[in-house]
Write a protein that binds this ligand. Structure first.
Ligand code: HEC
Length: 171
């Protein structure tokens, strides 16, 4: 009798554990990031750290696929943990989940586009490396939707640190 009770207790414990872990992995893996969410998370620069700790606009790199003459790039608090004291991405970085990188495209001093890279492994709109790719207008209209999953972006970005290109093009 004592063993039966023990066995039952163990079954309940392990059953409970399994339920918990699957619920947890579901909530992590079944997110679906939208263009609107990225816009809301990324449009406001408050709490972001700028590349090289500078809000100056940079002349775009010749190899950049992005239009517009100037840009600046900023990192949310989670992504910024992967920057060194000079505000450059640390060598060998693999950005943590919920890292958000926003590039602002600027022409003649006017913001024309937000470009987003958002790390969310297992997200319905993430690529195989866990990056969600998007672009919107300054008012949030999608110009490159998350559902494209980085098609046309990834090839060019694969040369960088965890698919980011600021370090090699703006050293
Ligand atoms: C032809 C190459 C090329 C293509 C295609 C391209 N990019 Fe980029 N991207 C760059 C380069 C180079 C930079 C570095 C900044 C600069 O000079 O524009 C960059 C920078 C960025 C950044 C700033 C973070 C960083 O360090 O990489 C984001 C975000 C970004 N691109 C997103 C995208 C998205 C989204 C697409 C597809 C819609 C895309 N890129 C397509 C070359 C490319």
């Amino acid at each position: 009798m004592r063993y039966t009770v023990l066995l039952l207790a163990l079954l309940v414990m392990f059953g409970g554990c399994n339920d918990d872990s699957s619920a947890e992995s579901n909530s992590q893996n079944q997110s679906t990031t939208t263009d609107a969410q990225l816009y809301m998370l990324g449009k406001n620069a408050a709490g972001f750290t700028f590349y090289k700790n500078s809000t100056d606009t940079l002349v775009k790199n010749g190899g950049s696929g992005h239009p517009d003459s100037h840009l600046r790039t900023r990192y949310n608090a989670i992504a910024a943990q992967h920057l060194d004291a000079n505000g450059k991405v640390k060598a060998g970085t693999v950005f943590a989940d919920s890292s958000l990188i926003v590039k602002e495209l600027i022409n003649n001093g006017v913001l024309t586009t937000y470009v987003f890279l958002f790390k969310k492994k297992g997200d319905a709109n993430a690529d195989a490396n866990g990056w969600v790719w998007a672009e919107t207008s300054p008012t949030g209209t999608p110009t490159y939707p998350v559902t494209n999953k980085g098609a046309g972006c990834i090839g060019c970005h694969s040369a960088g640190i965890d698919y980011t290109r600021m370090n090699d093009t703006h050293p």
